[in-house]
Ligand binder design. Structure first.
Ligand SMILES: [Zn+2]
Length: 309
């Protein structure tokens, strides 16, 4: 039984009728960063029951407890991983068929505080990635990030030979061979995520229009529309060399559905831009606090091959 089915079934075995998979998908993807309970409750009462009393988070019910609600957390293709560069296999096929990324400058619709990150919601029309490790075309659906403490060097989810970065951006795409993102979200080839490390350095002019919006969405579920043209390709490093491997979502429900494309070169953002991430607030046991340390640590490789351009 796949996890999507588990999510949509009541304990009594009553299968939820899915008349609109897109809506299901939005809920699931949104749940990835909002905590299942809050989003799922209005969606269907049986789903909120599955969430139980313990909404997943990054502190009391943090990554080392996720397996209690989501057993796949101990699965065979979990993410993130530590990328051991000397073990990555250079694959000429990747450079013979280069990764193509084409976004549009009016695809970004809004920024939301999900309670676990920011999320830029994208209208995928006109956005396409293909080539490289991908057998078909994928469309962008959202992007978000994970980061660490103020001034720290940790915060990225993937690590490179054990080295961390202060933040990691994730651009999430879904495979066009499926009807919609809801159908794709739990399929082995359903999603492709481009990961970009943020290093501390110069201000990133491309990230600034987004980081300037964080102060407008301080609390969970706060949302602001993006009223300007913005092409998220500006967040990619100039050199498109990458590592790729088969993995999972890094937040519950941890579906093993992601072809990861992790850019080798970080992009520089300023200390102020990293600090702006902390304009986002979340709930902690001791009250409202600045959002940080919203990353999952590396998971066992389980014999998987990491390929390199
Ligand atoms: Zn992520």
């Amino acid at each position: 039984m796949n996890l999507l089915s588990e999510f949509l079934a009541t304990p009594q075995g009553l299968q939820l009728e899915i008349s609109n998979m897109t809506r299901v998908a939005r809920v699931l993807l949104s749940c990835v960063h909002r905590g299942l309970k809050h989003q799922a409750r209005y969606f269907h009462p049986s789903v909120s029951r599955l969430c139980g009393d313990g909404e997943w988070n990054y502190y009391g019910r943090g990554p080392n407890k996720w397996h209690e609600q989501f057993p796949i957390a101990k699965g065979q293709r979990q993410s993130p991983i530590d990328i051991v560069t000397s073990n990555a296999k250079v694959d000429k096929a990747l450079s013979d068929n280069p990764l193509k990324v084409s976004y549009s400058n009016n695809c970004c619709q809004s920024v939301t505080n999900t309670g676990a990150s920011f999320q830029v919601v994208v209208d995928g029309a006109g956005t396409e990635i293909s080539g490289g490790p991908l057998d078909s075309t994928y469309k962008l659906v959202q992007f978000h990030a994970h980061w660490g403490p103020l001034g720290g060097d940790e915060g990225s989810e993937h690590t490179v030979d054990g080295v961390t970065y202060p933040a990691e951006l994730h651009l999430v795409h879904w495979n066009q061979k499926y009807k919609d993102v809801g159908e794709a979200v739990d399929k082995p080839d359903g999603l492709a995520v481009i990961g970009v490390f943020f290093s501390r350095g110069k201000e990133h002019a491309g990230f600034k229009p987004i980081s300037d919006l964080f102060a407008k969405v301080p609390r969970k579920a706060d949302k602001v529309d993006i009223s300007f043209n913005y092409d998220p390709a500006c967040l990619l490093p100039a050199r498109r060399d990458y590592w790729t491997y088969l993995g999972s979502l890094t937040t519950p429900p941890l579906f093993e559905s992601v072809t990861w494309i992790v850019m080798k070169d970080p992009v520089e953002v300023s200390a102020e831009q990293l600090a702006a991430l902390r304009n986002l607030l979340w709930e902690t046991p001791s009250g409202e606090g600045q959002m940080c340390n919203n990353y999952r640590p590396p998971q066992p490789l389980q014999g998987r091959l990491v390929r390199s351009t």
